[in-house]
Design a protein around this ligand. Structure first.
Ligand code: ADP
Ligand code: MG
Length: 725
């Protein structure tokens, strides 16, 4: 029962070393030399003839379907390439609504005229048929056929998945039902990219940038995670079952000294990070930064940003090798947003911007006042989008696990506001309060524009408490959880911005037609949006209680839990901007609602059941054992005429805590029996009634853990999991 041997095992772990790969001359290879060696991208693949490459690029640009002949060339080239590297199988790799990725492997091997032959046909490349009924589909079988198919995403590179004894060629795909409904994360994201491209291109053309033909969004997701030694991890049923500790007494020192953030990376962890980076380079992922995060045992990895569809695939891709390599180093990684109470949880900060095919970052303030009016109008457009659709953006990051992090004084609250920094806020105020736009006012704005140089200052000491912060040349959606697929929040954000961007384009086109000077039109547009939406700008402390009060006065939605947020997916008024722009159909939204609410409820049930069983198997036995010992001691001392003071005191405390725990346990069991049958009502009851009950239980468990001897406590403690590595 004692976990001392476990501690010894962990302390004495050998550090895993790998041989650093060498180039042909026997020198250590450069990252750039092995970069992308496990990926097959038609843009760069030598196996694809140049004229075909050009045609494929044109097909991709114009969003037209690819012909069988073209697909055939790619399939053959990919097959040759993959076999030369030892691949025997291929799979369609996709992101169903489970939140992770799915793959079904098929061998290249086939029979032709009675002889074995390796094949990857055009149709195998383009389309697969996994059984959709095994994936979450919102229980709407009547509207959604059980059959689904996967279709190749030409633009996301294929990659080799390493197994211990062979390799698989993974083909990134979308996953759609036969009735045409998106069953995955990727499809709506791609649709949202098309929409935002149309709207932003029109917008830029209206500002005179006629050579712009396409605009895409870029994303750099910073991934936070915890590492826990395998031995401790598997000794905690709650970590294995739910990804978080359901109770645990905090260690005396946790993050109060701020000594972990950017601190020395322990050697074992460094070994893991180095091996991971090599693997990511091979997979064509520009792993850029790695460091300790705020909480002990917490780390972060961030790649260089790229177009959102690829960033979304890459982030899913990154999470898998990190898990696998952590394992080799005897760690388990947990992506749960709140694995430990009392210390910071993990997020996934989505750095997001808009970039044109001419190389313009729309969120980069330029040097010329002229380009800055466009910049200001772009930011104002985005602020209006967040103001209109903050509720949906909050919904897009809703999950049982992220609920623990939002508003827990370490992450933004559930209120979606925009941080602009003081410089922009001042300029916006000037524009908003200007009576009407005259050249004199443009004069003041121009001087204001000089202040844009200060933006970089705002950027460095920027506000970390805001859910959506402007950070100099991009926005950062900081409310996204570490365990989530980023495709959903990106689709919703893109959809919100595309809607307003379209209106901005129309406004400019009309003004220009009327003969309004372009600068004045841009300022007029900025003013229009800010007049409407300045209430969503908040540059103060997002963690404070005052903000919650203030936000209420401003009429901003505060959807505290997923139970409050998820029903928005069924609210036609709230989702109108998604359906009219054809990013999601109404059915697809209802389906997501059902999947996510069901998932919320199921995950909570798993937590409750795990908690009950851990209390019975670990907590109560420790209480009984120690109580016996104490009472025996009290009796013995009485026999020899000695008063027992502290023994009785401990006994009483133990009794109080365990009685309290037992009482709540009964309440929990009763509450679980009386759950409403409607799924939304069920999740509300869970979030508002049952969860608080389990938090009280966790407090009692923590008290008991503090009272019983270390050797009676069979579960690894926070101290073990966070500090021993
Ligand atoms: P910090 O921790 O200070 O927020 P990091 O360096 O950890 O910064 O991460 C910043 C992320 O923002 C990186 O992934 C980076 O590539 C990304 N980024 C930078 N510029 C853009 C942009 N224009 N669009 C999207 N992401 C960007
Ligand atoms: Mg960072």
């Amino acid at each position: 029962m004692n976990h001392k041997p476990m501690r010894r095992e962990v302390i004495n772990r050998e550090i895993r070393e790998i041989e650093y790969p060498l180039d042909q001359d026997g020198n250590p290879i450069k990252a750039s030399q092995l970069f992308g060696e496990s990926t097959f991208d038609y843009h760069t693949a030598r196996e694809i003839p140049d004229h075909i490459r050009k045609e494929l690029q044109e097909i991709s640009r114009s969003h037209t379907p690819i012909s069988k002949d073209h697909a055939s060339v790619v399939a053959n080239a990919a097959l040759e390439w993959a076999m030369a590297r030892g691949a025997t199988h291929f799979c369609h790799w996709f992101q169903p609504l489970t939140g992770s990725t799915a793959e079904k492997h098929d061998a290249f091997i086939n029979v032709e005229n009675g002889l074995p032959i390796e094949q990857l046909s055009a149709s195998q490349l383009m389309q697969g048929e996994p059984d959709a009924s095994s994936f979450p589909n919102g229980g709407t079988r009547s509207t959604f056929e059980a059959r689904g198919y996967t279709t190749w995403d030409l633009n996301s590179p294929m990659f080799l998945l390493d197994g211990p004894n062979g390799k698989t060629l993974c083909i990134p795909t979308a996953f759609i039902s036969y009735t045409g409904h998106a069953l995955d994360i990727k499809t709506p994201l791609l649709r949202s990219e098309v929409r935002i491209s149309q709207a932003a291109t029109r917008f830029l053309q209206a500002t005179g940038l006629n050579d712009v033909k396409r605009v895409g969004t870029t994303c750099g997701p910073e991934q936070e995670y915890f590492l826990i030694d395998k031995a401790f991890y598997y000794a905690r049923p709650d970590l294995v079952m739910t990804g978080r500790t359901l109770f645990g007494s905090p260690s005396a020192k946790n993050q109060q000294l701020d000594d972990h953030y950017f601190g020395d990376i322990s050697e074992r962890v460094m070994g893991l990070m180095q091996e991971l980076d090599l693997e990511l380079y091979r997979l064509g992922i520009y792993a850029k930064t790695r460091h300790n995060e705020v909480a002990p045992g917490q780390y972060e990895i961030a790649p260089i940003f790229t177009e959102s569809n690829i960033a979304s695939d890459n982030n899913q891709l990154l999470m898998a090798p990190l898990r696998r390599i952590a394992h080799k180093h005897n760690f388990e990684v947990t992506y749960h947003e709140k694995p430990f109470a009392g210390i910071n949880g993990s997020g996934k900060h989505l750095n997001w911007s808009l970039s044109s095919d001419t190389g313009l970052n729309l969120l980069s303030p330029g040097k010329e006042p002229h380009s800055n009016f466009r910049f200001l109008a772009t930011v104002a457009t985005i602020i209006e989008a967040i103001h209109r659709h903050g509720g949906m953006i909050r919904t897009s990051i809703a999950s049982a696990s992220n609920d623990h992090r939002l508003g827990a004084n370490e992450a933004p609250p559930s209120i979606i506001s925009v941080y602009t920094g003081d410089t922009l806020a001042k300029i916006f105020d000037e524009i908003r309060k200007g009576e009407k736009v005259t050249s004199r006012e443009i004069g003041t704005i121009e001087s204001g524009v000089q202040q844009l140089a200060d933006l970089s200052k705002d950027n460095t000491d920027r506000n970390r408490t805001s859910p959506f912060a402007f950070t100099g040349n991009r926005f950062e959606l900081r409310a996204c959880g570490s365990d989530m697929a980023i495709g959903l929040p990106l689709s919703i954000l893109n959809g919100a911005v595309a809607e307003v961007m379209d209106e901005s384009a129309s406004y400019l086109e009309e003004e220009v037609k009327k003969g309004t000077n372009l600068d004045e039109a841009l300022i007029g547009l900025t003013k229009k949006w800010l007049t409407n939406s300045h209430q969503v700008i908040f540059n103060g402390d997002g963690y404070s209680d005052e903000w919650v009060e203030e936000a209420k006065k401003r009429g901003l939605p505060n959807l505290k839990t997923s139970a409050d947020a998820l029903p928005l997916l069924k609210d036609e008024k709230a989702t109108n901007f998604l359906t009219t722009q054809k990013i999601f159909s109404k059915d697809e939204l209802v389906m997501r609602h059902n999947v996510l609410v069901e998932r919320y409820n199921t995950l909570r049930h798993i937590e409750f059941n795990t908690m009950v069983s851990m209390i019975n198997q670990y907590v109560f036995p420790a209480v009984v054992k120690y109580k016996n010992e104490l009472s025996q001691c009290v009796k013995n001392q009485k026999d020899i005429g000695i008063e027992s003071a502290f023994e009785k005191e401990i006994y009483k405390k133990l009794n109080f805590a365990s009685e309290g725990l037992y009482n709540r346990l009964n309440q929990l069991n009763n509450a679980l029996e009386e759950l409403p049958s409607d799924m939304n009502e069920e999740s509300k009851t869970i979030a508002n009634k049952i969860l608080p009950l389990t938090e009280e239980m966790a407090t009692f468990c923590g008290q008991i853990e503090e009272l019983v001897p270390d050797e009676y406590w069979a579960l690894p403690k926070y101290y073990d999991m966070l500090f021993i590595r």
